[in-house]
Design a protein around this ligand. Structure first.
Ligand SMILES: Nc1ncnc2c1ncn2[C@@H]1O[C@H](COP(=O)(O)OP(=O)(O)OP(=O)(O)O)[C@@H](O)[C@H]1O
Ligand SMILES: [Mg+2]
Length: 342
């Protein structure tokens, strides 16, 4: 039986760009799928196709058992969406924004007010509730947008980079909100650049690159596939990086990764503690002073790097920097109801 979100062979081109090149996905009911991929991989395009904001060139998709292409209105009624760029009305206060969404969903005005107050508390916005959203910081807007996506609790939720731009405390709180949602039976597709987030929240992970799913599995399965342990060394002097790379190359089973600014070098190895001891001895003989050295299991970052050849972009991008497609991308499902499938 297909999952609560199911896509087969989704293709979407923009001119010469094949943003989606045959994407297959399946998210069982009540689970979280983490969609990972470098910038431009096609994550947002996939979310937009699945949430009826964009019509794929070919392929099929079912959300909550309903065909996305044939019955977009019905799909919109069963989903919630928080887009990559916050979609709040600047001139309304936080409270008014949330009440408006409730009313768009045909909640009674009293119920919409109660729900708005609850969400403002939950997302740490109570103090700013009665200020226009245009006075909010980037992280506050983001939180308001997420709150708006949760005014009603739809059975299927899509969140496109929900925690980009949130500080660590707000990120942790959102994770808790998400956990509660999923315990309550919600199915969630989440895109993120924070691999730790996928590690904490996602039952399954799909890595996308160039519009294709290039790997799928649980976090542990993907880590196991990436193989073995890593030796990680932080050298004391920047000038020693080149020699240390040479030493690690001699012991490693793959490419040495170098983070210049932190002077951190990583290499996949086989051989555990004994090998680590040999590495340390050799570095010592070469006169390389170390600030830190150790053996560790692969992280999702390693998985991402080995699969895509990119490091995940964890530096929070300023949401205001990318306004070009704001109008198109900013749809909350309530707004989406007003827009025809393109
Ligand atoms: N409306 C559009 N017009 C033209 N090209 C587009 C459009 N939307 C997306 N693209 C292109 O499709 C590709 C996939 O973009 P998409 O936004 O889906 O990537 P993404 O994985 O969400 O990236 P990011 O991590 O930066 O958010 C990119 O090459 C992008 O430039
Ligand atoms: Mg995106």
């Amino acid at each position: 039986m297909p999952g609560a979100i199911h896509a087969e062979g989704l293709v979407k081109t923009f001119g010469d760009v094949r943003a989606l090149d045959g994407v297959d996905l399946d998210v069982p009911e009540g689970t979280v799928l983490g969609l990972l991929g470098p910038n431009g991989a096609g994550k947002t395009t996939a979310v937009r196709c699945l949430t009826t904001l964009l019509r794929p060139d070919s392929g099929k998709a079912l959300v909550a058992g309903v065909d996305v292409l044939k019955h977009p209105d019905a799909v919109r009624r069963s989903i919630g969406l928080s887009g990559q760029f916050a979609a709040v009305d600047e001139y309304l206060t936080g409270r008014e924004n949330l009440q408006m969404v409730g009313q768009l969903y045909q909640m009674r005005s009293k119920a919409a007010k109660v729900r708005a107050t609850e969400l403002l508390e939950q997302f740490n916005l109570a103090d700013a509730a009665d200020r226009p959203a245009k006075t909010y910081s980037g992280g506050m807007r983001r939180r308001l947008d997420l709150a708006a996506a949760l005014v009603v609790s739809p059975p299927v939720m899509f969140m496109d980079e929900p925690t980009t731009g949130l500080d660590p405390r707000n990120r942790q709180q959102l994770w808790e909100v998400i956990r509660q949602l999923v315990l309550g039976g919600t199915t969630l597709l989440l895109t993120t650049q924070y691999l730790e987030e996928a590690d904490h929240l996602a039952h399954d992970i799909a890595v996308v690159d160039h519009g294709r799913v290039i790997a799928k599995g649980t976090s542990d399965q993907l880590k196991a596939r990436t193989g073995g342990e890593r030796v990680e060394v932080v050298v004391h002097e920047r000038e020693h990086i080149a020699t240390a790379v040479e030493v690690l190359r001699g012991f490693g089973k793959g490419e040495v990764t170098v983070e210049e600014h932190t002077r951190r070098l990583t290499v996949p190895v086989a051989g555990g503690a004994r090998l680590l001891a040999e590495v340390i001895r050799e570095l010592d003989i070469r006169g390389i002073e170390m600030d830190d050295v150790g053996l560790r299991r692969p992280t999702l970052d390693d998985v991402f790097l080995s699969l895509t050849g990119h490091v995940a972009e964890t530096a929070a991008r300023d949401e205001q920097d990318e306004p070009d497609e704001q109008d198109e991308q900013d749809e909350s499902p309530a707004d989406a109801g007003k827009e025809a499938v393109k």
